[in-house]
Design a protein around this ligand. Structure first.
Ligand SMILES: Cc1cc2nc3c(=O)[nH]c(=O)nc-3n(C[C@H](O)[C@H](O)[C@H](O)COP(=O)(O)O)c2cc1C
Length: 214
């Protein structure tokens, strides 16, 4: 057996105290997200793991990019017919997860998810570089394809077809808004006595803060 027993890190960079956090978890998210973005050792601060629930009851996780956030929630873009899109169709609940090792911080967000209005997806689609737009048209995301050449050929065809034309957003590509109902902030601390503060939305739609044991 290859054991990794000796691989352990001391977490001692910071702390997370009730007296210092925001009343609203989106504001708290913003503070931490800006810290991550400003830190040169964090490469893609907006990369997050997205877990969906599949029909066999098992969660499935993959990375996506957070593209916007607001009081309403967190926005990411993908193919609606992808494996994650189909899972969301069945169970419109997701878990988003950020881990910024340099900051010794993780954030876990549980959310209800819905498609963005088409005009918002259009806006972002057309703001992307043309190559990314064509990539979205070319790729039947999560479907089996015969070989890589299939994608390259389709891309070449479409590059010609849309040489002087705007690429229309495919109907199966767009954004999702994940509306959070639970957000946990985790700050690593010495001796594994980490700080965990969790905000839960109550029936009056107010955020309640509590501390969890590490
Ligand atoms: C850092 C990173 C960012 C990614 N961002 C996205 C994204 O924003 N949207 C997306 O559809 N896939 C993104 N991907 C690819 C997904 O992880 C995944 O392979 C793809 O969406 C298909 O997932 P599915 O078959 O589970 O639906 C990203 C991958 C990585 C590693």
């Amino acid at each position: 057996m290859e054991n990794l027993y000796d691989k352990r890190k001391v977490y001692d960079r910071s702390e997370l105290l009730e007296s210092e956090v925001r009343d609203n978890p989106i504001e708290q998210f913003r503070d931490w997200f800006l810290d991550a973005e400003e830190n040169p050792n964090v490469r893609e601060a907006n990369a997050m793991a997205l877990s969906t629930v599949e029909t066999d009851g098992c969660p499935r996780t993959r990375m996506v990019l957070l593209k916007a956030y607001s009081w309403e929630g967190f926005i990411f873009y993908t193919n609606y017919e992808s494996r994650k899109g189909r899972a969301i169709e069945e169970v419109p609940l997701v878990c988003l997860h950020f881990f910024w090792p340099t900051l010794e911080r993780q954030i876990i967000i549980k959310a209800k998810v819905e498609k963005l209005p088409a005009n918002l997806s259009d806006g972002y689609f057309h703001a992307r570089p043309k190559g990314s737009q064509l990539g979205a048209v070319v790729s039947p995301q999560s479907s089996e394809i015969p070989k890589r050449q299939f994608l390259e050929n389709r891309l070449q065809e479409l590059e010609k077809e849309y040489e002087n034309r705007e690429v229309p957003r495919p109907e199966n590509w767009g954004g999702y808004l994940a509306r959070p109902y639970e957000i946990e902030f985790w700050q690593g601390r010495p001796n594994r006595l980490h700080d965990r503060l969790i905000y839960v939305l109550d029936e009056q739609l107010e955020w309640k803060l509590s501390r969890l044991a590490p």
